[in-house]
Design a protein around this ligand. Structure first.
Ligand SMILES: NC(=O)c1ccc[n+]([C@@H]2O[C@H](COP(=O)([O-])OP(=O)(O)OC[C@H]3O[C@@H](n4cnc5c(N)ncnc54)[C@H](OP(=O)(O)O)[C@@H]3O)[C@@H](O)[C@H]2O)c1
Length: 287
């Protein structure tokens, strides 16, 4: 089954007829000067899904890359994230509309949209989370965001959104995930509830490139360590979001569909889990 994955394989989003490409392209710390080129290289390499955020300050460049790609808008999947609450639902909503306009000006009389809008972080507290979620619910109702979700949310954060509007559960939860930080409790909760799990920092920002276990598995499959980590992520049923501004790496990171990691080697990688201590950005708080 897993060997049949391709660069455009998708997962279904809960309570909808929508799907999301399983391979995404992250653009955190992709400077505005190079981001458009990196996205263009990614499209040429077969990626059809870009993950940006207000915080990354490159939404306009992602939008330009999508427009100039020659691809149909409906064949590209674009995610962004609201950074913070602006003080009222209306103000947060307007801030999100600004992002939509940067990413998709709309064409042929159609309004622009993003495919997925996430709350970037739960850390600002309950009222901020509710304000941002209410803004996203409005965006969703108006078709400016086809799907809405969260990032870095634990179980209690997600449960706190129940009853606020028509979308529950959120379509997606984007969290840090790689062999050293598997966050099994929140992943199980999401998968049981149909919430798509997205893996950020799937390459551990290359910090584990010399890990003995990873290197030996990479040698066995004649692949790069980054390719093993991306393939691992996909075989865990996570949407994976590797980032690179290096053209050769952008291409090699998408070249992961001609092999499959065996169940035994998946288990070896699973055994590297260090829990919260393995996080390089942040692990979620579940209660
Ligand atoms: N929601 C959140 O809070 C959150 C947090 C973090 C990340 N994210 C998302 O997840 C995406 C990925 O995470 P990330 O950017 O933190 O880290 P990552 O994808 O794990 O690693 C990116 C780093 O690895 C390097 N790299 C990429 N491919 C490589 C390869 N084949 N060999 C060696 N090095 C390689 C890149 O360098 P070069 O660019 O120089 O090639 C870059 O320094 C982000 O871009 C963002 O979209 C979300």
């Amino acid at each position: 089954m897993a060997s049949k994955l391709t660069a455009t394989s998708t997962l279904p989003l809960p309570n909808s007829s929508l799907t999301i490409p399983r391979l995404g392209f992250g653009v955190y710390q992709s400077p505005a000067k190079v981001c458009e080129n990196s996205c263009t290289t990614a499209f040429q390499a077969g990626y059809r899904h870009i993950d940006t955020a207000q915080f990354y300050a490159n939404e306009a460049q992602v939008g330009a890359a999508v427009r100039n790609s020659g691809l149909k808008r409906s064949d590209v999947y674009v995610t962004t994230k609201v950074l913070s609450a602006s003080g009222s639902v209306e103000k947060s909503y307007q801030k999100c509309v600004e992002s939509v306009n940067k990413l998709d000006e709309g064409s042929g009389g159609q309004d622009g949209y993003v495919d997925l809008f996430l709350i970037h972080s739960p850390n600002a507290g309950k009222s901020a989370r509710e304000e941002m979620w209410n803004a996203l619910l409005r965006l969703h109702k108006e078709g400016k965001a086809k799907a809405i979700g969260v990032s870095n949310f634990g179980i209690a954060h997600i449960d706190g959104l129940k009853g606020l509007g028509e979308v529950f559960p959120p379509h997606v939860n984007q969290i840090e995930l790689h062999p050293w930080c598997q966050q099994r409790e929140i992943v199980d909760y999401c998968h049981k509830n149909g919430i798509v799990v997205e893996a950020y920092s799937p390459l551990v920002r290359n910090q584990k490139a010399y890990d003995e276990t990873l290197v030996s598995i990479a040698k066995k499959y004649n692949k790069e360590t980054a390719q093993i980590l991306i393939r691992y992520s996909l075989q865990k049923n996570w949407v994976t979001l590797p980032k690179s501004d290096t053209p050769a790496r952008i291409k090699s990171n998408a070249d992961v569909f001609d092999f499959e990691i065996s169940a035994e080697d998946m288990k070896t990688l699973d055994d590297l889990d260090e829990g919260e201590a393995g996080a390089i950005v942040q692990a979620v708080k579940n209660s």
